[in-house]
Design a protein around this ligand. Structure first.
Ligand SMILES: Nc1ncnc2c1ncn2[C@@H]1O[C@H](COP(=O)(O)OP(=O)(O)OP(=O)(O)O)[C@@H](O)[C@H]1O
Length: 259
């Protein structure tokens, strides 16, 4: 928020494109997320949702377009900052925890990479985070393989929340969870975004979860933004892509791939 009360655009993307072997996986994507706001991205499998996050993070280079962070070209900020990735907290699909590290080492991964990190102090801060995501202290010394899928998701979230990053990118945070667990994770995400004013992009194929996380929704199909609106609009729109997606129908512009 600016001094005159206006909401700043924290993240803006213009005409972002990326091809693999001549096929456009991202096609002139435009989006804007204001400071402290959350954008939920929905879309069928292979529509470019994860790729978009990876390109925004700089894990995969893009071919064309512009990414602005707080009004500045992202590349400019990277030149001036030691590690731009420190501004981001990320939850990858399937939580992507490191098998050989304990829960607390996974969560503190970024902190422990710093020179002169005090392991005892870092561990104490992780214990507080575990509590925040609804996990008991004694989980800290377990390994990921010893946890249920829901617990792994919470550990992944704690890792994304660690250090209260300015930007949060979460890829399918509720996928594969039962409805109660899914609801609880959605609430945690809301709480984090509100308390720490994180600007968030969240990928979700689970529409119930998408609705409970944000009112701001965007749909991708074959790398293009085919719809953008609020949760209220989602129920009213006649957009054929949205209609097919919410009604889980085989009929419509989204082709159901068969081998
Ligand atoms: N590193 C890569 N090399 C080649 N092709 C890629 C790469 N990353 C993504 N793609 C292609 O880009 C397209 C979009 O993939 P992406 O993983 O973003 O889909 P998605 O919408 O996240 O799907 P899902 O919901 O199934 O995870 C796919 O056709 C995929 O094969």
């Amino acid at each position: 928020m600016t001094e005159n009360g206006k909401i700043n655009t924290a993240l803006e993307v213009k005409g972002l494109s990326k091809s693999f072997n001549g096929l456009k996986a991202l096609d002139a994507v435009d989006l804007k997320v204001s400071s402290g706001e959350t954008l939920v991205i929905i879309g069928p499998s292979g529509s470019g949702k994860t790729l978009l996050l990876k390109v925004l993070l700089g894990i995969i280079p893009y071919d064309m377009g512009h990414i602005f962070v707080n009004g500045h070209p992202k590349e400019e900020l990277e030149d001036n900052s030691h590690n731009f990735l420190d501004c981001f907290g990320m939850l990858f699909q399937q939580s992507a925890l490191f098998d050989s590290m304990t829960v607390w080492e996974n969560i503190a991964f970024k902190e422990l990479k710093k020179q002169n990190a005090n392991r005892e102090e870092v561990k104490a801060s992780v214990i507080a985070l575990l509590d925040q995501v609804g996990l008991k202290q004694d989980v800290a010394d377990l390994f990921p393989a010893e946890l249920s899928g829901g617990m792994q998701k919470r550990v992944g979230l704690a890792r994304a929340f660690a250090g209260d990053p300015e930007f949060l990118f979460l890829d399918e945070p509720t996928a594969g969870l039962d409805p109660i667990m899914s609801n609880s994770i959605s609430q945690l995400i809301n709480q984090q975004a509100k308390e720490h004013f994180s600007t968030s992009i969240i990928i979700s194929s689970d529409l119930d979860s998408a609705r409970s996380i944000s009112t701001n929704i965007m749909m991708l199909h074959e790398g293009k933004v085919v719809w953008h609106g609020t949760t209220d609009d989602l129920d009213k729109t006649k957009n054929p892509y949205v209609q097919q997606f919410i009604h889980k129908s085989a009929e419509g512009p989204i082709s159901v791939l068969t081998e």
